[in-house]
Design a protein around this ligand. Sequence first.
Ligand SMILES: [Zn+2]
Ligand SMILES: [Zn+2]
Length: 474
Amino acid sequence: MYDLLITGGLVVTPSGAQPLDIAIADGRIAALAFAGTTPLDSAARVIDVGGKLVVPGGVDPHVHTNSVLPTAAESGIMCFGADRVSEGAIYGGTTTLVDFAHWKPGDDLSESFARKAAEWNGQTYTDFALHGTFKEPEIPFDVLEQIPDAVRNGHGSWKVWMTNTTPTRPHQKTDLGNMWGIMEQTAAAGAMLAVHAEDDDIVMYSYRRLKHQGAIGIENMHHAHNVLSEKLSFQRAITLARHVGAAIYLMHVSANVGIDAIRQARGEGAPIYGEILPHYAYFSAENYREPHGAVYHTYPSLKNAEDRDQMWPALIDGTLSTLATDGVCTDFDVKTRGSTIYDATGGHAGVEMRMAVAYTEGVVGRGLDLTRYVDLTSANAAKILGLYPRKGAIAVGSDADLAVLDIDVDRRVTAADLHEADYTPWEGYRTRAWNMMTLLRGQVMVDDRNLIAGPVGELQRQRVSHDVLSRPAC
Ligand SMILES: [Zn+2]
Ligand SMILES: [Zn+2]
């Protein structure tokens, strides 16, 4: 006896889209069968989704919660926590979020993970995983040597920053030597290292120069976080990774030069992966000039139209792998409180709209195949971060994490439709997909756009496959 049978949907599996019945038992997909061939009395409950599109619940590999905003450090303002962000996610059809567990000097690595997991447990409507992060210039050897144990315990991804991002923030940069040490550990232990790649020397010099020129308005953000910085830092990170034999994941690719560096390395067989953010593929530095241009900002920065216009082609041709949000969820007054290159609030509310924007821009706008839509919204992130095939696939044995999208819609989005914040950078955006129902491990979380379940999300163990670690596998 199955717990639940989902019928009547166009179901996207790793081998294509077709009308299928999805039988669910104990939170997992127990059987897939041609539409209408599963006896209705074989399940305790049957849901007919009436021709809608059924895809794996989204995996957003890059969100931040509960952190004090670096540009508001003196005020102690924090971005929203797991409750709010995961609520937006589950409404939008995303069922797994990946946040960051920051190591602090004096911690054992296990303490860093436990501290962050405690902020999520009992609060989250999605499942979650945690990148272990280092925000120190130098990491003690006894901490580096704890990485293999942490990887064995299911922490398969890590992150470092190559820049302090702004001159006003607390430090977060790890120098290249210590990055080398971290990479040696992640490579040997079989983990992925995510990198915030910017060239700190170029960025900090650019801040000084813009200040000297009296040009510190946010409309100059892309001159501080510039293309040269992306080029130099991507080349250095990739060179280091290839020297070590490490797999790396370059977060928030923002420029053509970044795409080029990744393309070259992947062309030579190196396991280098890149992520774009939907708004980097839709907005450009011109949007900073709008009255509340800060709404569109995340670090590094929006770039020019010619960079923006290469993001989707690079995703579609397989140079880049994932679509993440870099979600930093706040309300509008916090998001727009700063208006210079020094005090702008980075990150934004975008988790809820990610699946809809990807469908609209990718499938409708650029003819993207539905299996590729799944690759970019869930499967590839799950593979790169070691959550596949439990997450990111509609396959027998996978978690029954499903998003049921109405793709017969044509609606203008407004913040009142959404649950993440009191504003959206996608205000007025014309979406062609709208999530109606979300399942998490077989439990209906969102039904007809109503949240009907509690915060039952769980921490996920990550184990990255040898294939992903050894070649550009997705
Ligand atoms: Zn970053
Ligand atoms: Zn980030």
